[in-house]
Structure formats: C-alpha cells, structure tokens
Design a protein around this ligand. Structure first.
Ligand code: CU
Ligand code: ZN
Length: 498
C-alpha cells in the first residue's frame, strides 16, 4: 500500500527549536520538507518508532572553518555524527574567495589540496550544489581573504582604489547569497585593518541584510575595547553583530566576560542585534604563528590578544612536517631543546609555516558557564578539520552542550539548549525555513536519546563520535541511521534572500 508520507517518526519527544517545552507526537516528512507535526494520521512509506527519544531540528554550526573540508571530506562525518545539518563557513576573516588567496590561506589546514577551482562566492556556492557534501553550507565573506586580494599583507590603510576593490569582492559575495562578512582581527592581514575600513565594508552587508561576525582584535587584557569596537562597527554600518567564540583568554583576564556581557546587554538595550557564539571547552585552538605574533608565548605582562599561554598548556594538534610533535606540549619541546617558549615556538613555526596548529588551555570553566548562560550566546564549534590531534570540539561540541551543560549541570533546560543551536541561529543568520520542527520547514532533523547522549572526543583521543545520537536527516534524507553514516550527500548551498 502506498503511504501518505515518505517517512513518519512516531511517538517522539519533540523539541521544536523555539525553546518551547517539548511535546510528544509524530513528525511526517514528504520529500525534503516536514509535512505534519503532532498526531499524524496516514502511513509513512517508512516508519520509525522513536519512543523515549528526542527529536530536534538539525544543529546549525554557526562557526566553522569547513570551507574546503566540504569538498575534501564531503561525508563531513565529524559534523553530521554530532547532529549538525548546516555549517556556516567563512569565519574569522578566512573565506572561500577569491580562490587563489583562499587556497593559500586554507593550505595551513589542508596543505595544497586539490579542489575544483571556483570564481567568486557565486562559483563557490554553485560548486557545492554540483558536488554536495552531507550537510548544508552557508557562507560568510571572509574579510582577510578579501583584503589580501586587494593589497597583500600590507600593514597600512587601503588606498581608495584598494578599498573599492575590496568593496566589489564583498558585494559579489553578499549578492551571491553570503549571509554576512567576518573578520579575524588577530590574524594577518585582518589585524592591519582599522575600524573605519571594516565599517565601510560592513555597510555592504547592510544592503543585503547580512550580519557582521568578528574574531575580535583582542580576547585578553583588552577584551572590552575589542567588544566596544565590534559593537561600534555594527552600529555605524547598521548591521547585526555576531561576536565569535566569546571568551576571556589568559588566566590574568579571567572574569572579564562578566564585563563584556554587560557591554553586550547595553548594546542590545540600545536596539543593536548583538549575539555571540561559543564552544563548550576551556581550550582554544589556532595557528601557532598567530599565537606568537600576538605575544602569547612572551613573558607575562601586557601581552597581546590571546593572553599569556604557559608552555605546558599548549599542545600541538597538527605539525605535518614533524608528526612526531603532534600531541606533545610546548613545554616538552622546550625542555628537550633547552629553549625558552618563544624561541621554541619560533623554531617550530619556521619549519611548519601556517601548518602548525595548536590547542591551548586559556579559559576558565566558570567563564565558559557565565557566557553559556547568557541569552546572547549560541553554539559554534570553531572546529578545525586537520591533523592527528584536532581540538575535540570538532567532534563533540553540540552533544557536549546538551549532555554536560544542559542535562547534567542544569545550566539551562534541554529545550533552551536545543534553541541555542537551532531556532536562534537560524533567525540570526537568516536561514529561512530551517531551525524549527514545523510543517513546511526543511526536514533537517536529529533524533537522540536524551539520557545517554554524550560527547566522547577528548584532547588525547579527539576523533571519536558522540554516543546516543541515532538518526540525522538533511533535507529529508537520512545521513545518519541507527548511529551510522549512510554515505548520503543531500546537502545544499544556502543563499541569503532566496
Ligand atoms: Cu574561528
Ligand atoms: Zn576565530
């Protein structure tokens, strides 16, 4: 007998993504959409009994660096196995176009890998549609990539002509469907941009309704100035603001998030749409060169944007030319070479270039919780898909928030936790008809066991999938079934205003 629906999921506890209390019922899927929610009559061609399990919208990773990974590892197992159905790429000023610059920038993560060449953001998004990964992709225009294409690594203000060039590249991205522009103001070449340049370019996002996302100039002693700058850019350019990986970095700066959150509250009180994202760990991860440039390995004092990082708290995630260093601490190598932290770091950076990626413990658990509790915070992994020892956030971020922070620590209800990774980011980024379990919306769904859900990725063994996650659907197609990746690649390029 032909079914009324392609698939019906029965008797499940529905977290609809709005933050509302869960309800028990059925969800019917037809094609790529949710067709009915509640007490569904009629049969499905397929039926899934999800008694005692939770159903939620697929998670939206608002902070990813998977611009190239979606072509290099299109199964995107590290994301879909944790329930992510949409990746926002192009964060921290690193974007997918112009192509030659993007290839050079992402070579730090992936080497000089073979990907099909694309032209502009239109070309990038078209390539995703031609060669889709397992999840949906939404892009931000990366300011650093744009600036490099206009003026290389020059440490100065752009000329009028260079600024025009940048404006044109940003505009191409936004008009092609990018959801905003990001900056990475601790990285080359973004760190050489003054506030006025960023405001000029962010105005382009105002024309298309996009947002401004920033890895701010300082997450350490000058965190508050950096938050003020970010808010100022949003207010001047007339665009919503997203603070990337909100944190206070470096022991001497712990507690500052209480003040930075006040600045966020004040700006919200004035009417600015400012929110943030966060990964649920006390360690960060970035390229070693940036840590050195920003004074992270200098003696404690008024160091730069990342705070002071004790050498025993810095771990090598990826050193492709010297895999024997991966998993070791800087302290270990300092002792072996009888070198001070900065000298040892420079030796490694000289050998590895941008390929040296580190994991460093710079945050405080109380701060992580303070930021997470705040209503402005959504979830983003900031995962870097590279090396033998990536930061465990690449595999564990979303289940970790729901299991350890919502369920176990009681920081928020499960429905609130789900909201922070579904309905809230969908609304903020403008991902239409996604992020809620609602008839007519796309069938991006995740089914998990709320009592056994758990991230299992650790710093020692980061490449481990979470437990308790049973099924994941992307555009109505099962990408994970009974805890196993199906190999399906139903992802799409998402475009703003279409
Ligand atoms: Cu990032
Ligand atoms: Zn960043």
């Amino acid at each position: 007998m032909a079914g009324t629906w392609d698939l019906v999921i029965r008797n499940t506890t529905i977290y609809d993504g709005t933050g509302a209390k869960p309800t028990v019922g059925d969800v019917a899927i037809s094609g790529d959409r949710i067709a009915a929610v509640g007490d569904v009559s009629g049969e499905g061609v397929q039926e899934v009994d999800a008694r005692n399990r939770a159903l939620a919208p697929g998670f939206i990773d608002v902070h990813s660096h998977d611009d190239f990974a979606v072509f290099l590892t299109p199964a995107m197992d590290f994301k879909v196995m944790q329930g992510v159905t949409t990746d926002v790429v192009g964060n921290c000023g690193m974007g997918a176009a112009p192509f030659p610059i993007a290839v050079a920038m992402f070579s730090g993560l992936h080497g000089r890998s073979n990907v099909p060449e694309w032209h502009g953001y239109a070309g990038y998004l078209a390539e995703i549609d031609r060669n889709p990964p397992s999840l949906n992709v939404a892009a931000l225009v990366g300011h650093g990539t744009v600036r490099y294409s206009a003026m290389g690594n020059a440490c100065r203000e752009p000329s009028a002509k260079e600024l025009d060039h940048m404006r044109a590249v940003v505009r191409e991205g936004l008009e092609s469907g990018a959801f905003g522009m990001s900056t990475g103001l601790i990285y080359e070449p973004g760190r050489y941009a003054r506030t006025a340049e960023i405001i000029e370019l962010a105005r382009e996002a105002n024309r298309t309704g996009g947002l401004y996302a920033s890895h701010m100039r300082d997450e350490a002693a000058h965190l508050l100035d950096a938050v003020r700058e970010t808010i100022h850019i949003g207010e001047e350019a007339g665009v919503p603001v997203q603070i990337s990986h909100h944190k206070a970095s470096g022991r001497e700066n712990w507690g500052l998030v209480n003040e930075s959150l006040k600045l966020v509250d004040e700006a919200r009180g004035r009417g600015l749409d400012v929110t943030a994202d966060q990964y649920p760990y006390t360690s960060g991860s970035t390229i070693l060169q940036a840590v050195i440039q920003n004074g992270g390995l200098d003696e404690p004092g008024d160091t730069g944007a990342v705070g002071t990082i004790p050498p025993e708290k810095l771990l090598f995630a990826s050193t492709p030319k010297h895999p024997e260093w991966e998993g070791r601490t800087l302290k270990d190598l300092c002792d072996q070479w009888k070198l001070a932290p900065r000298a040892a770091g420079e030796r490694i950076a000289a050998e590895e270039g941008p390929g040296a990626v580190v994991v460093m413990e710079t945050m405080n658990e109380d701060d992580v919780r303070t930021v997470m509790r705040h209503p402005s915070t959504m979830i983003g992994s900031d995962g870097l898909a590279m090396g033998s020892r990536p930061h465990p956030r690449l595999y564990g971020t979303f289940p970790r928030v729901l299991a350890r922070y919502a369920r176990d620590a009681g920081l928020m209800t499960l429905e609130e936790g789900v909201h922070r990774m579904t309905g809230m980011p969908a609304a903020k980024f403008g991902l239409k008809e996604r992020g809620q379990v609602r008839p007519g919306f796309y069938a991006d769904l995740v089914i998990f066991d709320p009592s056994s859900l758990l991230d299992t990725a650790t710093y020692d063994q980061p490449r481990r999938y979470p437990e308790g996650l049973h099924h994941v659907f992307v555009n109505g197609t099962a990408v994970v079934r009974d805890g196993l990746h199906t190999g399906a690649r139903p992802g799409r390029a998402l475009r703003r205003n279409s």
